[in-house]
Design a protein around this ligand. Sequence first.
Ligand SMILES: C[S@@+](CC[C@H](N)C(=O)[O-])C[C@H]1O[C@@H](n2cnc3c(N)ncnc32)[C@H](O)[C@@H]1O
Length: 229
Amino acid sequence: MLELAAGLADTGLMAAPLVGESGRLIVTDFTPEMVAAARRRAEELGVQNTEFRVLDAERMDLATDSVDGVLCRWAYMLMIDPSAAFAETRRVLRPGGRLAFSVWAARERNPALALVGGVLESQGHIPPPDPGAPSAFAMADRGRIRELVVGAGFAEPGIEEVSFRWPFADRDGYWRYVTETSASTSPVLRALAPEMQNKVREQVHEAARPYRSGEGYDFPALCLNAVTY
Ligand SMILES: C[S@@+](CC[C@H](N)C(=O)[O-])C[C@H]1O[C@@H](n2cnc3c(N)ncnc32)[C@H](O)[C@@H]1O
């Protein structure tokens, strides 16, 4: 089982027990620090049937037909050339092997991720999103998912909506999340002068008001999960 763009491998390390002791999970990401952190996480959890590799999903250093299954959560839509990544996925999967992946549904359904971009855009700090460019919401459309998956040589995928709650215990925790984890907006926020950053922070908290819960927030979130057969 291959996990692509694994980050800390939350998904792959949940799948590791399912492949059994004779099976093997290959956790990969193109960021060496992520791979190192995923390895530490696996050690903490005592997961053993796993190997860790730095691997670019758009050009995989893996043999054709070499894996039984591929997992990828929240990453294909961030890749510069998703067509290449899906073609590479098809190439390394053995015939009959399955791909399961998750991408974010529309921005309106994912306020925890979308609010800060909306505020930065309304203030002129970032341009309006380019629908063709990589972003959290670049595959929020079922037609786009089908186009990429079928275009890579897979059969028609099954696609389902999966909703969940995304809580933050306090407002500062949410602000830390938006300033530290988004490849697109965090660098913009951090580059703002302190008073401007404070202004944006107040506007983000104002925009998040409908989701307030206790000291923090409880956001709705929605993914599109796809599987090939
Ligand atoms: C939003 S994170 C998701 C991480 C993890 N899958 C999860 O669900 O928590 C996106 C990850 O994709 C990785 N990534 C982006 N483009 C990639 C590529 N072309 N090849 C491999 N990893 C990539 C990044 O390094 C990052 O770890």
